[in-house]
Design a protein around this ligand. Structure first.
Ligand SMILES: Nc1ncnc2c1ncn2[C@@H]1O[C@H](COP(=O)(O)OP(=O)(O)OP(=O)(O)O)[C@@H](O)[C@H]1O
Length: 264
């Protein structure tokens, strides 16, 4: 479960560049709920994920993950609670390490014992089994460096990595945006499977209105650092991509030049 209450984030406070990125945002997600987050550029989506991951400390408000108040805990201190997959497949893993070593590092996230302990035969078998489930043939390439994989293969491995340390929260920051449409669909189906099988509490930022409505149970729209739409259940089922685009237009007070960018 995630509960954030009345979160304010101000960057560059007291400087000419002061920017209020989040303004009194409150959100509660039950364990296992999958929420898609949309909003135009600069709306505050990444800042919201940063507040949950610990990269961004709120100037006001509280963040609870499960029963733990993590408001003042930095990223490393909440690493065992939160897993994150980024847009750039190179960000969430180490290209110069093998698939197996990356998995071993991910399995130790938030724990004290090092890489050697996580590369014992039992763990290796487990890693190979988990990678085999992807059906990408990567179980035969466990010693290959991560930077030899395609972007999609790498994101798929990152998703497996995100589940290895037992985190209950998964943050997805436009994690399919850099992939071709076929691979993006594969990674989304995999995401859906992992989230539902493991009952992960998930926030997924996307610029694709289609993805935002097709996946998850609830959709939240941010604008100017505030939640301006929060839909689930029947009212979400009735929503069409065109409705979301119309809301974007209204929020931005202008016509979008290229709807295809949003529909994608
Ligand atoms: N570290 C920072 N220092 C100063 N300003 C920042 C910082 N991070 C974000 N901002 C500003 O805060 C606002 C919200 O940024 P954020 O990255 O959360 O938006 P976003 O909704 O994720 O946008 P995008 O869709 O473009 O990724 C923007 O105006 C941005 O310029």
């Amino acid at each position: 479960m995630i509960s954030i209450k009345d979160i304010n984030v101000v960057f560059g406070k007291g400087t000419p560049l002061e920017k209020r990125a989040l303004n009194g945002v409150s959100l509660t997600l039950e364990q296992g709920s999958f929420v898609t987050v949309i909003g135009s550029n600069g709306a505050g989506k990444s800042t919201l994920l940063g507040v949950l991951a610990g990269d961004v400390l709120a100037s006001q408000g509280n963040v609870l993950i499960g029963d733990t108040d993590v408001t003042r805990k930095k990223t490393a201190a909440r690493a065992g609670l939160v897993a994150r997959v980024f847009q750039d497949p190179l960000t969430g893993s180490c290209g110069s390490l093998s698939i197996e070593e990356n998995l071993a590092l991910a399995a130790r996230r938030g724990k004290r014992r090092g890489l050697v302990a996580a590369l014992g035969p039992k763990h290796r078998d487990h890693f190979r089994d988990r990678i085999r489930e992807l059906n990408l043939g990567l179980e035969n390439r466990m010693a290959d460096r991560m930077d030899l994989l395609s972007g999609g293969q790498r994101q798929a491995v990152c998703l497996v990595m995100a589940t290895l340390a037992g985190s209950q929260v998964l943050l997805l920051d436009e994690h399919t945006a850099a992939l071709d449409p076929g691979m993006a669909e594969f990674v989304m189906r995999l995401t859906d499977k992992i989230v539902s099988e493991r009952r992960l509490t998930t926030l997924m930022v996307t610029h694709s209105m289609r993805q935002a409505l097709d996946y998850g149970h609830r959709t939240v729209m941010l604008h100017g650092g505030e939640i301006v739409l929060d839909v689930s259940g029947d009212s979400r089922k009735d929503l069409q991509v065109e409705d979301l685009i119309a809301m974007f237009r209204k929020m931005r007070g202008q016509t979008l030049d290229d709807d295809a960018l949003l529909i994608g």
